[in-house]
Design a protein around this ligand. Sequence first.
Ligand code: AMP
Ligand code: ZN
Length: 469
Amino acid sequence: MHPLYLYNTLTRKKEEFSPIVPGKVGMYTCGPTVYQYATIGNMRSYVFADILRRVLEYNGYSVKMVMNITDVGHLVSDADEGEDKMLVAVGREKKTPWEIARFYTEAFMKDAALLNILRPTALCYATEHIEEMLQMVVELVEKGYAYETSDGIYFDISKFPAYGQLSGIRLQDQLAGARVEENPEKQHHADFALWKKAPKEHIMQWPSPWGMGYPGWHIECSAMSRKYLGDQFDIHTGGVDHIPIHHENEIAQSESCTGKIPARFWMHGEFLLVDGGKMSKSLGNTYTVHDLVTKGFEPLAFRYFCFSAHYRSHLNFTWPALESAQKGLRSLRTMVQRSSRGPEKPGAEEKMGRFRELFLESVNDDLNMPKAVSVLWEAAKADLGPGLARLAGEFDRVLALDLVKGPADEDKVLELSELPPEVQALIEERRLAREAKDWAKSDRLREQLREMGYQVKDLKDGYEVTRIP
Ligand code: AMP
Ligand code: ZN
């Protein structure tokens, strides 16, 4: 009817999806590095992976989703340079790396749950798979794909001619423009660490054939995806930043061991921007889910906001945009929930069938969520009676916006403390204007509040605020 099409970074085109084993999908998602709170940018990536999983399930597949938790190994930049992030966190928080990893893993899982991101079928920790990683490193050394230096074991990319197939970055070009090498023992600057030898003071270290050490970042995903999903599985996901290094390296390691590319489909989520630029600590705009909640937003308003752009496009976060997502979500729920209280409408079933088709067509077109949400809006305006609530319940298997049970606009009188701070400020300004008998200003402010979705009703001795449905 509507086959599922997914964009494959590897082939650079949308392809019709069919799994290796009929009816079943194996999917691996690169998980977080747990030494600080996840940002809303990180969370956009996981909302994308969750949508993919839910759309596969909506299509009737049984999905095994595996996600790693990087609690060791991704200590420096993707290219093995720079400072050890976990050690920075250890210095900052005066805790052991294990305590830090546990704390931020729990925080991440809580944020994911608040965004209705389903728990992976298997959640695997790098520190619990050192054995599997070492086996793979040994295999690569034995097969001649890796070499030893004074500080570790490195993958030799010259032994893997397909290197660069995902990003389209040609090794030859890199060789021509090779930059000054920070590690002179590496044969090519793109050779990467499979295993690092640990200096005595390094906190996390394990025994290996090369003495005490710790794994490189990339090997964890190769070892764990192989363990839980086999030598080849259906889909591998991550953020676009993974394409040029992390996923190239994963492919090189896995394929050199097994002879097969580990996944058939490689899918990547584009970045979230904030105020049109990169999120950065120095700009103070690395927001977390907690920051949104503190400002009075529902976490699900962010999920809904994520659907305003296709996953392969940039999405620009601003507070007004989140505000309008929150309003949109509440109005949608209000329409859905009111519909369930009304009488059945003749002809609704037929119209619902058409909306079902359009919804499936949208999500199956490489997860076109902006289109899928617009189909729901059309349905909400199509006078379906209680059919709308039934339809929204079905679509919510993918959207997961709590459409049927979640908080909606009501005629409930709101306390000042329940309102976002900017609304509180306008209400106070209006109260002062009325005290000063500045009726024009008071009316102007009432209109401004109305545009923001709030109705202010003046009483003999005060006022009442309600949300406009
Ligand atoms: P990390 O914990 O740094 O390994 O990142 C976790 C995930 O978040 C990875 O899949 C990254 O690609 C993704 N990511 C990081 N920053 C952003 C961003 N601004 N927008 C979307 N995804 C991001
Ligand atoms: Zn990975």
